[in-house]
Design a protein around this ligand. Structure first.
Ligand code: 0GY
Length: 299
């Protein structure tokens, strides 16, 4: 448990650059978070880090600064299973945000429906020991079965060293699956490294497993502009153009060193999605299909 009187972490860049790359109209930042504000939406007693407030106004200012149109707000671990801060941000977005919740497996059907009304379209299962105390696979599978009727998907966060042991669990999930940050493969192994190769085998095993080609700042062994990330991820975007999503990860939970400039993160996009067609799928068509399916986007 985090000492809630300790210094609160500011994990985002104070002086953002303007990206050189202009996203296409309707672009979606499909992986970002809000923190608090704590006075209205206190952090979980089980939170592993205590962030400074980063509420909806800041997120929407970032969206506009970067030239994006919409956000998918992913419930961060510091808010536990109380999705009120995420729902508040969605409610303030004028229809320009939807979200992914973290739920107690005992959640009722009525509560799931209320989350849907509030703009939630998926649930996240987090397996990072530094972020959560437990990840009960059997109970997660029960949740995944129950969200089928809502046409939701599951978002799963794990690291490459447990990919093998995750496979039976992933197999048992009946909904589409989105994997955060490609399951965090090593970038220094290069595009044919064992970890990214194992991850590609997973994507090849089912055509409803998607991934977020996100977080060069967390994954790269190099500094900005993260050349090793570009080398590994460009082939992923080209091989699975209809199953990739992109996001800033703002406010970059718990980052204390090497906090990325979000303008520079946006400038990675045309290096991993090198044609206008790939960029449109990554930033518009794909996230709209998952999060705003009632608003079809033509290519
Ligand atoms: C991310 C990454 C992290 C944190 C969280 O929910 C969270 O606290 O997701 C991380 O620490 O790697 O995707 O935001």
């Amino acid at each position: 448990m985090t000492d809630q009187t300790s210094a609160r972490i500011v994990s985002w860049h104070a002086d953002l650059s303007k990206p050189k790359y202009t996203p296409p109209p309707g672009a979606v930042d499909a992986h970002c978070h809000v923190f608090g504000p704590m006075a209205d939406f206190p952090f979980s007693a089980k939170a592993k880090y205590l962030p400074e407030d980063a509420g909806p106004e800041m997120l929407f200012a970032l969206r506009d600064h970067l030239g994006f149109s919409r956000n998918v707000i992913v419930q961060a671990s510091c808010h536990g299973t109380d999705n009120a801060a995420t729902l508040n941000a969605i409610a303030q977005s004028n229809g320009r945000a939807r979200g992914v919740a973290v739920v107690d497996p005992a959640i009722t059907t009525a509560e799931l429906k209320a989350l849907h009304e509030g703009g939630i379209r998926g649930v996240r299962f987090n397996f990072l020991k530094r972020l959560v105390d437990d990840a009960p696979k059997d109970r997660f599978i029960e949740v995944a079965k129950r969200i089928q009727d809502l046409d939701w998907h599951v978002v799963i966060y794990f690291e490459a060293d447990i990919l093998d042991e995750m496979l039976p669990f992933l197999d048992a999930i009946p909904t589409p699956i989105v994997i955060d940050h490609m399951g965090r493969p090593s970038m220094s192994q290069g595009p044919d490294g064992s970890e990214i190769t194992a991850f590609k085998a997973l994507l090849d095993s089912r055509d409803d497993i998607w991934t977020k080609v996100t977080c060069p700042d967390r994954l790269s062994a190099k500094a900005d502009p993260w050349d090793d990330f570009v080398e590994v991820v460009r082939p992923i975007v080209e091989r699975y153009p209809d199953r990739v999503l992109w996001g800033t990860d703002w406010p970059h939970p718990n980052m204390q060193d090497n906090i990325p400039d979000d303008g520079h993160l946006v400038d990675v996009i045309p290096r991993i999605a090198v044609t206008a067609e790939l960029q449109h799928r990554l930033l518009v068509a794909n996230p709209m299909r998952l999060y705003w399916p009632e608003q079809p986007v033509s290519h």
